[in-house]
Design a protein around this ligand. Structure first.
Ligand code: PBG
Length: 329
């Protein structure tokens, strides 16, 4: 045998020479849940190690993450039920605590890259991502609401907007509204192939944002579909998306690969709450080793073709790297 693939696996040094994929902390985006008020750091029961933060508590947390090399955060608001209505008007209200938090974080840490969530569900009394009329999710009536939310977030200082609603035409609609308001430098990371998945449970617990009636199957994609992701990707690129996202990540590695092969903008993948909760639960039971399984999970998403990964493990991964651990091939 002249060719022995095992030779390139013979030691840690040689394995590293031959390693095809690398994952840097700068390629991770850390999701954080925000709560109005003071002195709040409330663990999400179904997502241990993740919290709902009030801004005063969040500031030192963001500072610690920046020190670890995390550059980018995606923020989600947990909104009180009394502030929710049919048209998500709180999402662009003057006194909105989420917009205030974005503004404050950008003032304190100008180098930190802030991504926002553009969708009605945290603010909607129906718990849907679109305007609901007679039980129907109204697409075109939702777009102006998303546009107002987008401009308000850009005004607050957001660097990247993340439309997670899956309404048709929203990227182009948002782009036009942002450009008209003078925010042509604000990026859009579109949730391009967002599936009607069962893996969003802990996130909806964190935000109390589960739909009050029905499900999200008329707007989020059918988990059985692949070709359709290409149509969504084409439309988002035509409409001006700067990044395309696949969500969830692990059960959809084929979709990440498909978009990476076919699209000329960076591909993001959202390692969603349910994927992370599943791993945490197995580790808490002693069935898996967190320090080995978690980096392998992130590496597989990277290998599939993701340029950036949104993950609740961003801080844990950065801490491991800081301790000289990280992924070991
Ligand atoms: C909704 C939104 C969801 C997530 C991000 N934005 C949930 C949903 O569609 O119901 C889920 C993220 C996660 O599970 O980590 N706009």
């Amino acid at each position: 045998m002249y060719i022995r693939p095992r030779r390139n696996r013979k030691s840690a040094a040689v394995r590293f020479h031959a390693q095809e994929t690398h994952l840097h902390v700068g390629q991770l985006i850390y999701p954080l849940f925000l709560y109005d008020g003071k002195n709040i750091k409330q663990e999400v029961p179904s997502l241990p190690g993740n919290y709902r933060w009030s801004l005063d508590q969040l500031i030192p947390e963001v500072e610690a993450c920046l020190k670890l090399g995390i550059t980018t955060f995606v923020l989600f608001p947990a909104v009180e039920e009394s502030l929710k209505d049919k048209v998500a008007s709180y999402s662009y209200a003057e006194d909105n605590f989420y917009l205030h938090a974005i503004y404050t974080l950008k003032q304190k840490f100008p180098e930190c890259c802030i991504m926002t969530d553009v969708a009605m569900d945290p603010y909607s009394s129906d718990g849907h991502d679109g305007f609901v009329l007679n039980g129907q999710i109204m697409n075109d009536e939702t777009l102006p609401i998303l546009a107002k939310m987008s401009v308000a977030q850009a005004q607050a200082g957001a660097d990247i907007l993340g439309p997670s609603d899956m309404m048709d035409g929203r990227v182009g609609f948002m782009r036009e509204a942002l450009d008209d308001a003078g925010y042509n430098n604000v990026s859009i990371m579109s949730y391009t192939a967002k599936y009607a998945s069962a893996f969003y449970g802990p996130f909806r617990d964190a935000l109390d944002s589960a739909p009050k009636a029905g499900d999200k199957k008329t707007y989020q994609m059918n988990p059985a579909n692949k070709q359709e992701a290409l149509l969504e990707a084409q439309l988002d690129m035509q409409e001006g998306a700067d990044y395309l996202m696949v969500k969830p990540a692990l059960p959809y590695l084929d979709i990440i690969h498909l978009l990476k092969e076919n699209c000329d903008v960076p591909i993001a993948a959202y390692n969603v709450s349910g994927e992370c909760a599943m791993l945490i639960a197995a580790c808490q039971n002693g069935w898996l080793d967190f320090e080995k399984a978690m980096p392998e999970m992130l590496m597989s998403i990277k290998r599939a073709g993701a340029d950036v990964i949104l993950t609740y493990f961003a801080k844990a991964y950065a801490e491991m790297l800081a301790q000289g651990k990280g992924f070991k091939g």
